[in-house]
Design a protein around this ligand. Structure first.
Ligand SMILES: C[S@@+](CC[C@H](N)C(=O)[O-])C[C@H]1O[C@@H](n2cnc3c(N)ncnc32)[C@H](O)[C@@H]1O
Length: 281
């Protein structure tokens, strides 16, 4: 491989920043230049390409879509753990699921769908699955689907395996640990009845995925990396796929303020927050 410059020029940074933004909505601010440089450099080394610009041309080539996937994967932040932001899971267990299943039972509808959009390595959708198992006594009557989607193949693969180190389970209540995890070889395997409810899907939030009639969307700590226009587009999509009175959970540093006025009602319960889609007028 030839010499790779120590410096990513402002123009090179802009090329990659705009490419990434166009492809997946993540907007890297100027202060992320070193971060981007390090990630791109790794890709250059893997492919033995000698300059940022040559790599840019390579990754832009339609024939190299796989490499584009790898680049996008490499710049994602995948931090997550089970029951992250526990008050939101309390809302899910104590308010959202009971309300949804009561309404659906009355209508003779035994389908329940949740979407963990930007699920990273799967801890979030599995936490949702556990709360659903806890909250629905006659679970065998129900068709429950939790769609777990992410733009990172690495994450999807980890999620599908469902094996985690102890640090990812620090917020799991002891009774859940005993009930829904199998400890072996110093790690924890999610039990089959939980796994069965979760369907992993490689999906870029920039594009449609055909989901409809979703009851609950979790999209936490994902939109924080997007610019406001992209956030608006994504929330509009959630609004479209959610059933009326369905719920949307965002991360603790995210909100719908200035993004979706009037489409959702804000809920604050025991320090947890969520949004409920309101009836069309
Ligand atoms: C910080 S993690 C959040 C994980 C989990 N939702 C949580 O709150 O613990 C953000 C995830 O969003 C994913 N992501 C970023 N941009 C995306 C996009 N355009 N489409 C789908 N997933 C995306 C990343 O790959 C990453 O796994």
């Amino acid at each position: 491989m030839g010499y790779v410059s120590d410096v990513m020029t402002p123009d090179e940074f802009k090329l990659f920043r705009d490419l990434i933004h166009n492809e997946c909505g993540i907007f890297l601010k100027e202060e992320k230049r070193d971060f981007l440089k390090m990630r791109v450099e790794k890709r250059l080394k893997t492919l033995s390409i000698g300059s940022y610009f040559n790599y840019y041309r390579y990754v832009k080539d339609e024939r190299n879509r796989r490499e584009l996937s790898s680049l996008l994967d490499s710049i994602t932040i995948n931090e997550t753990y089970f029951f992250r932001n526990t008050p939101q899971f309390e809302i899910l267990r104590e308010r959202v699921i009971p309300e949804l299943i009561e309404r659906k039972r009355k209508a003779g509808d035994y389908n329940l769908m949740a979407w963990s959009a930007g699920c990273a390595t799967g801890e979030e959708p599995y936490s949702i699955a556990i709360e659903i198992l806890e909250a629905i006594p006659d679970i065998s009557r129900w068709n429950v689907q939790i769609i777990a989607s992410d733009i990172s193949w690495r994450c999807i693969e980890t999620g599908q395996k469902g094996v985690y180190s102890g640090e990812k389970l620090k917020d799991v209540p002891p009774e859940y640990l005993a009930k829904y995890f199998i400890y072996s070889d110093e790690s924890y395997q999610v039990s089959d009845n939980v796994k069965r409810l979760v369907i992993f899907d490689f999906h870029n939030l920039k594009h449609e995925n055909g989901l409809t009639e979703v009851d609950v969307v979790f999209c936490r700590n994902v939109m924080i990396y997007f610019d406001i226009e992209e956030q608006k587009r994504i929330v509009a999509r959630f609004q479209k796929v959610l059933n009326t009175d369905g719920y949307l959970f965002l991360g603790h540093a995210e909100s719908l303020q200035g993004i979706a006025n009037g489409d959702f009602r804000f809920l604050y319960l025991n320090k947890g927050t969520a949004y409920q889609k309101v009836n069309p007028a």
